[in-house]
Structures are given as structure tokens and as C-alpha cells.
Ligand binder design. Structure first.
Ligand SMILES: [Zn+2]
Length: 322
């Protein structure tokens, strides 16, 4: 797919993306998903159950998604970025996961969620544009610790495996979650990967008054990834202004954030593998529709940055199907 036919972002209504103008140059959008990625974590965080909900929501957008089964990671592959004893203990439920329990269901899903990230990264390197891993729960996991709803660091496992295989010589990690990726940084330091992994998460904005300046700065911020073979992008939903753990970007600003990221990386010629990251809002029925709306918009931004048309009325289609 060429990169010359980006469309206008379109106007917005009720926090959801409206149709962009039609354009050519369609490539099916690769999404690495398996029901094996999903677990009930019995936690405040919806992240372990989110892959299925996000994928279901995306199917109402009418986009040409192409689903691929991820390759689950082996303990040896986790051990490229984590302490092998920590890996063995977590996978055998002898040690608490990032949700502070020893759930076998969570342990069984972990090779699939990080596996989706690695599979999406391989596909992005292969097609030169990008791919999606609809999962979260990575960046607070360090070399030998879990925490903050994160058990293994699928970002760093992906980067370290690709570096070890020689598939990449430099990998970027752009983390636009609301919270600092302490686990990512820990692994970079423990494994001395400062020269091969460019990890960036902004701290200088984080207030509604700085939101527009942040979005305007994104093209410049992305220049630090020049020379990277690939960027892994955490499209966090928890910077939303109504998120209980976040609070400074509107739905429209989050959409424009994502669009600026995808447009900017496309201009730099760097493929992107992106995932969902945090988001903790609930609707009146206790569901996570507000978070899914944000993830819908990220998908729309990605597709539009690469020249697809967007079907207008996903919400109406969802209601019809309900
Ligand atoms: Zn977060």
C-alpha cells in the first residue's frame, strides 16, 4: 500500500469518528487475535478481558480487518527479556501475576498476549506499514517483577527477541499510556539495551491546558525514532479526561494524538505495531464502552492514516445487532 492517500480526519460527533472521504489503496488490516488471549483476571483492570471486547467492537466499524492467530511465546522467548526463574514461577502460578493473584486463566493467556505483540511486530516489519495486537498489560512488568496489572512486558520481549534474531537492529517504544513504563525502562537497564531500544513516554504535558501543544508537538517528538526499524506504540486510553486514573485529553484529542502518531511514522517510513494499554472508565451498565470507543478511534486513525475509508455508523450497526 502506498502512503500518498491519507484522508481528512473528518468531523466528530459524540466522541466517535465520523466518515472520512473515500480513498484507494486498501490493504487488509492485520489484527493478531485469538480467544486464548482472553482471561478473567478478577481485577479492577479490564485489560485481561479486553482483547475480545475490542475486537468485537472493531467488527462494527466495517473495516477490512484480517484476523491472524498469534504465535504464543515460549518460556525461552520470555526469558530473552525476563529473568527465567521469574518466568517459570509466573507461568506455573507459583508467583503472583500483575493482577496480584495466581490465576491459572491469566497464566494461560500470557503467552498469547505477548505473542500477539511479537506476531504483530513481525508482520509490521514484513509489510512495512503496520499491524495490531489488541491487548494490554505490558509496561509495568520489569525484568523480574510484575505489577500494575502487567505481568510480562510484551513490548520488551518483542524488542529483545527481534534484536536477538537480527530481525531489527533498533526498536522504538512509544508509550502514550497515562503512566510511566517503569518495567520497560527496568528491562532496558538490566539488559543494557539503551543503544538498541528507544523508549519514550512524555511527562512534560499531562494537563488539559497543554493538550493542544502536545498534539502539535508529536511530529517533532517522533523524530527520536529515526533509524528505528520498527516502533511499538502503546495507544493508551487512560489519558482520557474522564478516566479515573488519567485525566487530560478529550476523545477528540486522543483521536488526533493517534492520527498524528500514525501519520508521523508513515512519513518517517517506520512500520508500527500497536496495542491498547490502559483505560479504566465504565459506562452506566458497568461495561467499558467508553474505553472501547477510544480504541475504536485508534483503529480508525490507523486506517485513515493509510488511506482507507471508514464506514460511518458503527454505533447504529452495534445497536441493530444487540
Ligand atoms: Zn496506565
Amino acid at each position: 500500500m502506498n502512503d500518498t492517500n491519507a484522508t481528512n480526519p473528518g468531523t466528530r460527533q459524540q466522541g466517535r469518528q465520523r466518515p472520512a472521504q473515500n480513498s484507494a489503496g486498501e490493504m487488509p488490516i492485520p489484527v493478531f487475535y485469538s480467544p486464548a488471549m482472553v482471561a478473567n483476571s478478577e481485577s479492577f483492570s479490564p485489560s485481561a478481558g479486553k482483547p475480545a471486547l475490542a475486537v468485537e467492537s472493531w467488527q462494527f466499524l466495517g473495516l477490512p480487518l484480517e484476523f491472524h492467530a498469534p504465535q504464543p511465546l515460549s518460556a525461552e522467548q520470555f526469558g530473552v527479556a525476563h529473568d527465567p526463574d521469574f518466568v517459570a514461577d509466573v507461568l506455573s502460578c507459583r508467583r503472583t501475576n500483575g493482577f496480584s493473584n495466581k490465576s491459572p486463566a491469566v497464566a494461560a493467556a500470557l503467552p498469547w498476549t505477548s505473542g500477539a505483540m511479537l506476531s504483530a511486530a513481525r508482520e509490521a516489519l514484513n509489510n512495512g506499514i503496520g499491524a495490531i495486537a489488541p491487548c494490554s498489560g505490558f509496561h509495568h512488568a520489569g525484568y523480574d517483577f510484575a505489577g500494575g496489572y502487567c505481568t510480562f512486558n510484551g513490548l520488551m520481549v518483542t524488542a529483545a527477541v527481534l534484536l536477538a534474531e537480527g530481525k531489527a537492529s533498533k526498536v522504538g517504544i512509544l508509550d502514550f499510556d497515562q503512566h510511566w513504563g517503569n518495567g520497560t525502562q527496568d528491562i532496558i537497564e538490566r539488559l543494557h539495551l539503551h543503544d538498541q531500544v528507544v523508549h519514550y513516554s512524555p511527562s512534560e504535558f499531562s494537563r488539559p491546558a497543554k493538550a493542544e501543544a502536545f498534539i502539535a508537538a508529536i511530529p517533532k517528538l517522533l523524530e527520536r525514532f529515526a533509524g528505528c526499524d520498527l516502533v511499538l506504540y502503546q495507544a493508551g486510553a487512560d489519558p482520557h479526561i474522564e478516566d479515573p486514573l488519567g485525566g487530560w485529553l478529550t476523545s477528540d484529542q486522543l483521536y488526533r494524538r493517534d492520527r498524528a502518531v500514525f501519520d508521523g511514522l508513515r512519513r518517517l517510513g517506520i512500520p508500527v505495531a500497536w496495542n491498547l494499554a490502559g483505560g479504566y472508565q465504565h459506562d452506566d451498565e458497568g461495561g467499558i464502552r467508553p474505553v472501547l470507543d477510544i480504541h475504536d478511534n485508534t483503529l480508525v486513525a490507523f486506517v485513515e492514516a493509510h488511506g482507507h475509508a471508514v464506514i460511518p455508523d458503527a454505533e447504529a450497526q452495534r445497536k441493530e445487532a444487540a
